[in-house]
Design a protein around this ligand. Structure first.
Ligand SMILES: Cc1cc2nc3c(=O)[nH]c(=O)nc-3n(C[C@H](O)[C@H](O)[C@H](O)COP(=O)(O)OP(=O)(O)OC[C@H]3O[C@@H](n4cnc5c(N)ncnc54)[C@H](O)[C@@H]3O)c2cc1C
Length: 441
């Protein structure tokens, strides 16, 4: 038995960890109570089997690549960081990247992850052409939009519950350089932040960092980061076309005491960060893709700053028409508490592609909270506001939403359940997340 958790280090669960080295080994591992695990970057309990977890990172081979089209076939354990390092210098990047590059292709498909370009270009699943899937019933099938399309759309965003993704074919994006032309806009409150994101709709990339402890007139003050891929002619003289990807420069070596993050330290950090960002506002600069897309990757093991008890990320999406009102209410409540961390992100999303994909046209807000006090009760209250507004909570970040919240907010759930049942009638594939949220018999 091994003790396993997600990135938030809550919950910690004892389970058997299986490490197959061949597809035959995966087939043997898919037995009652198992689920696949990629690189463990989901925050909660999605990548933990009910009794067995199947580690997939050993499957890290690139099967084929066509430089004329950017089409690539890979095993599911290949990390996006490997794709960036290998194909970036050749002029290709993954079409969608989340806020960390240390995720596997299997995990990115299973969560249909979104990046800073979701508002205009959709999520990871949109660039996946086909998947080789080992189902819970013991079949190995190729699924695409044309072939076994039910399995395809249930697997994109299906959190590993349709089977184990063995391989995937997808399209990389052609780029001239690995640099991003970044424009920072400072917004003095939530209205200004939403206006700036709206106005930035035509930008390829957009995201806002939001100060979630600011109150009163400053409620919702933000820094908005817009980005475009830089052309070769826009680089500084002497800059290589592709920046060097650094390993994390610093690491958090121990679990910090849970008092490290408190109202005073968070408020001070946010004030400083906002002022420094606001000073850069207005102008444009060319930055490496690494700090632009993956600012948190520069500190290894940063999840340890929350101490031994871990932390929760609450990421919701609110449909556009109710977004201003509901986000305002959530931020009021959060700023009153004062313990949400500085890692708060606001972003516009469009439609997701899979049946259980998280995105819908509207605004998503992601907030981190240490696990302590009455946080679970507080987040249940926030969930009620989200669901009443027609929104939902992101499964890849979740460790605690209730079954009622989940089932009321994913309208394609019954369709998903029917497809899952056809692929795995005995319901062999089960995760801690599925036990918590689905009606499994
Ligand atoms: C710092 C940070 C920033 C992040 N930013 C974003 C963001 O901007 N946007 C976003 O969408 N997400 C974001 N995430 C979440 C992350 O992208 C997803 O949780 C992603 O699924 C993690 O991939 P993984 O390989 O680590 O998968 P895991 O965490 O190991 O697993 C995630 C899910 O995928 C399933 N899975 C994994 N491999 C397979 C497989 N081979 N076959 C079938 N199912 C599989 C698991 O069962 C599980 O349900 C962030 C996470 C972190 C830590």
């Amino acid at each position: 038995m091994t003790t396993v958790s997600g990135w938030g280090r809550f919950p910690l669960v004892a389970c058997e960890m299986l490490r197959p080295r061949s597809f035959e080994g995966v087939a043997e591992a898919v037995v009652a109570g198992s689920v696949a695990r990629g690189n463990g970057r989901a925050y909660g309990d999605a990548a933990i089997g009910a009794t067995r977890t199947i580690a997939m990172t050993a499957f890290d081979r690139i099967r084929s690549f066509d430089p004329a089209t950017g089409r690539i076939r890979v095993e599911a354990g290949v990390l996006l960081s490997d794709l960036i390092d290998t194909f970036g210098p050749r002029g290709f990047l993954p079409s969608v990247v989340p806020g960390t590059r240390f995720v596997s292709v299997g995990g990115a498909i299973a969560a249909d992850v979104h990046g800073k370009n979701h508002h205009g270009e959709g999520g990871f699943g949109r660039y996946v052409d086909s998947i080789l899937l080992r189902t819970g019933a013991g079949e190995t099938i190729e699924a695409s939009r044309e072939q076994n399309s039910d399995a395809f759309f249930a697997t994109v965003g299906g959190m590993g519950l349709t089977g184990v993704i063995l391989e995937a074919t997808m399209r990389l994006r052609r780029v001239e350089t690995g640099w991003i032309r970044e424009r920072v806009i400072s917004a003095s409150d939530l209205d200004a932040a939403m206006r700036a994101l709206e106005a930035g709709d035509s930008a390829t990339y957009s995201v806002a960092w939001i100060d979630c402890v600011a109150r009163g007139r400053d409620l919702g003050r933000s820094l908005i980061y817009l980005g475009e891929h830089a052309r070769a002619g826009e680089l500084a003289q002497g800059a290589g076309r592709f920046p060097v990807g650094k390993d994390p420069g610093i690491a958090v070596p121990i679990d910090l005491p849970s008092t490290t993050l408190n109202r005073t330290s968070i408020r001070a950090f946010n004030e400083l960060y906002y002022r420094m960002g606001a000073r850069r506002a207005g102008g444009e600069r060319v930055v490496s893709l690494y700090p632009y897309f993956f600012p948190l990757d520069s500190v290894a093991d940063w999840n340890r700053i929350y101490g031994k008890r871990g932390f929760l990320q609450h990421q919701c999406v609110i449909p556009e028409v109710r977004a201003r009102e509901v986000l305002g209410e959530i931020l009021e409540r959060v700023s009153k508490r004062g313990d949400a961390s500085f890692l708060a992100v606001l972003k516009k999303l469009s439609h997701g592609d899979g049946l259980l994909s998280f995105p819908l046209p509207g605004y998503t807000l992601a907030l981190d909270f240490p696990v302590k006090g009455d946080i679970l009760i507080f987040l249940d209250e926030i969930d009620r506001l989200v669901v009443a507004a027609g929104g939902r909570i992101y499964l890849a970040k979740d460790a605690r939403q209730s079954r009622a919240t989940f089932q009321a907010s994913y309208p394609a759930l019954s369709r998903f359940n029917a497809i899952r049942k056809a692929l795995d009638p005995a319901c062999n594939i089960r995760s801690k997340l599925s036990q918590r949220l689905f009606d499994e018999v």
